[in-house]
Design a protein around this ligand. Structure first.
Ligand code: FES
Length: 583
């Protein structure tokens, strides 16, 4: 057991005592011999497979490929499940449970005899949850993502999973599409497993995993159904064995330059706004100081390069064939810090040195970008003292300077009840305001921010209108939609006191969002706000309401962030104290 004595798992399996006996016997019960344990790193495969998460449905097969890689490299693979978060089926919002999954992942990694872990994530929240958990556990970790789903084809047009749906929903509501045609669309919409295939949250987050250095380069964009994804999984498993031996931990990779690289890529891709929340939360786990201001600074200097929906024309798969994330990062040149470390043991600059842009229709040159500035603007003002976001690459430039009067909706049910009311007092100049949709108010900050355009405006041919909320929106959505207003209305933010007819001013260039009323009037109204009944009084929901942070801090739980000066606790307490129960 010479090699195994250096391994974390040797604390379980390498001892000649009763505890070691029981630990080894438990593995023997799985048909695994002592020879398979001796000296071999144990690689945990953290699998978010679930039949409730269609995007991750292929992960059992992918795990087998990871196992092959682990075995080929001389490790012992042990797969384990955690909760999984399906964006579409889980209510009230998968985001409500991101932190729960992160805790599950963290404690499974910490509590079990794992020398390195391969994270299998894909659907929106599964990727950040796994990264957050692995970062806190700080055991060597590497991710392989699920890849984008096959494109759907509807009446000769290639469809994305979300962007096109929003378009056709509006067509249906405007009476330009029949129910039968909509049924036909439903049957065609999801032809395979894999995550949403535009630059939605999932494609954005899986891409950022590459920029963060937490997966093998070039793997994020491989289509879900492509055999290359299995070869990537095999290579990931093999690399995990080396990571265990090298003890290269997430804290050494998730550094400030890595976060800058991820934010730069986010802007160049026109990635989803949800990534801002997830990166803030992940940075909090490893003690990297990160604020919304850094996103705006990097957005202003980063050109938009990826011509992918909803900011552009193509699906995520085309980005793969155009050279993938390495090609985008290389195109960004000096805007990317090539000295940031990666799970390969080499720095990012070395990994992308040979990358090439193969299709300029998909990845623009820095000299001739799709837009001079990145995709996301951070706004502040009297309506959002702690910040708000606008995905400018998917918004209408004609609305970037806009003054309009508020049409207020108390919550999403109010939207449902009144948005298509012919009597709704709304014009193309109005600003739709939705509150009680933030981290506490939603609860779980659901993706309700893309308030539908009122049917009476759709019928006039209006395709965009300014919308403001404390909600999030799907990364596949588009429009002049101001999101993540902080503090949210349920936490005492000024959004709570906006009234119908109040003037709201949006100025994207100046990065301002203002309720254009005297400060004394806003203050007076805030003093009169009555606190709302909590959505939960027990269980995880109550824990969530007590501890969730606001959007500008990543919506993590306050007690899960790294404490300054304290190292991560990668070892379980009491491991070496001999007796284990259950004998
Ligand atoms: Fe799973 Fe979009 S619903 S990635």
């Amino acid at each position: 057991m010479t090699d195994s004595k250096r391994l974390r798992s040797a604390q379980w399996f390498g001892q000649r005592d009763l505890a070691g006996f029981i630990h080894r016997a438990s593995i023997h019960a799985e048909g695994i011999s002592r020879a398979a344990l001796d000296g071999r790193p144990v690689v945990g495969i953290c699998n978010s497979w679930s039949e409730l998460v269609n995007c991750n449905l292929h992960f059992r097969g992918l795990a087998e490929s990871v196992k092959r890689g682990v075995l080929l490299a001389g490790g012992l693979p042990l797969e384990f499940p955690t909760i999984s978060l399906g964006e579409n089926l889980m209510k009230p919002s998968a985001m409500l449970f991101r932190n729960l999954m992160a805790m599950d992942v963290e404690e499974c990694i910490r509590g079990y005899p794992i020398d390195a872990v391969v994270l299998l994530g894909g659907c929106d929240k599964t990727v950040p949850a796994q990264l957050m958990g692995a970062a806190s556990a700080n055991v060597p970790a590497i991710m392989v993502t699920g890849g984008p789903a096959q494109p759907a084809v509807f009446r000769g047009r290639e469809l994305g999973g979300g962007t096109d749906l929003w378009h056709y929903v509006d067509e249906l509501r405007a009476g330009r599409m029949t129910d039968a045609e909509f049924d036909e669309l439903e049957a065609a919409a999801t032809p395979s497993y894999g995550h949403c295939n535009e630059m939605g949250t999932a494609s954005t987050m899986t891409s950022l995993v590459e920029a963060l250095g937490m997966c093998l380069p070039g793997t994020a964009t491989i289509p879900a159904v492509d055999a290359a994804r299995h070869r990537a999984a095999e290579a990931t498993g093999a690399r995990a064995v080396a990571l265990a031996r090298e003890e290269l931990r997430p804290a050494e990779i998730l550094t400030a330059p890595a976060f800058d690289n991820a934010i730069t890529l986010l802007m160049a891709l026109g990635g989803g706004t949800n990534a801002v929340v997830h990166l803030l939360a992940l940075a909090g786990r490893v003690g990297v100081p990160l604020t919304l201001d850094r996103f705006d600074e990097l957005s202003r200097r980063t050109p938009l390069l990826a011509n992918v929906r909803p900011s552009g024309e193509h699906l995520f798969e085309r980005l793969h064939h155009a050279g993938g994330i390495p090609a985008v990062l290389r195109e960004l040149g000096a805007l990317v810090d090539g000295n940031a470390g990666t799970v390969t043991g080499r720095v990012l600059g070395e990994e992308i040195a040979g990358a090439e842009v193969l299709d300029r229709a998909v990845i623009a040159a820095c000299a001739t970008p799709l837009a001079a500035e990145g995709g996301i603007a951070v706004l502040r003002g009297t309506l959002a003292p702690d910040g708000a976001l606008l995905k400018r690459s998917a918004a209408s430039p004609s609305l970037f300077r806009h003054r309009g009067t508020a049409v207020v909706f108390e919550d999403v049910y109010d939207v449902q009840a009144r948005i298509d009311d012919p009597g709704l007092d709304v014009t193309p100049q109005s600003v739709l305001v939705l509150r009680n949709s933030g981290p506490k108010g939603g609860p779980g900050m659901p993706e309700w921010g893309q308030i539908p355009i009122p049917a009476k405006l759709l019928r006039q041919g209006i395709t965009d209108i300014v919308r403001v909320s404390d909600a999030r929106m799907s990364g596949t959505a588009f429009g002049t939609v101001v999101l993540h207003v902080a503090p949210e209305s349920a936490a005492g933010g000024p959004l709570a006191v906006v009234r119908n007819g109040d003037p709201i001013v949006l100025d994207v260039e100046a990065r301002r969002l203002d309720l254009d009323l005297p400060a004394s009037e806003i203050g007076r109204r805030l003093d009169e706000v009555e606190p709302k009944e909590p959505s939960y009084r027990r269980g995880y929901g109550a824990l969530y309401l007590d501890h969730v942070l606001q959007a500008n801090e990543g919506c993590d739980f306050d007690f899960l962030r790294a404490r300054p000066g304290e190292p991560a606790e990668s070892e379980p307490l009491g491991l070496l104290h001999g007796w284990v129960g259950g004998w």
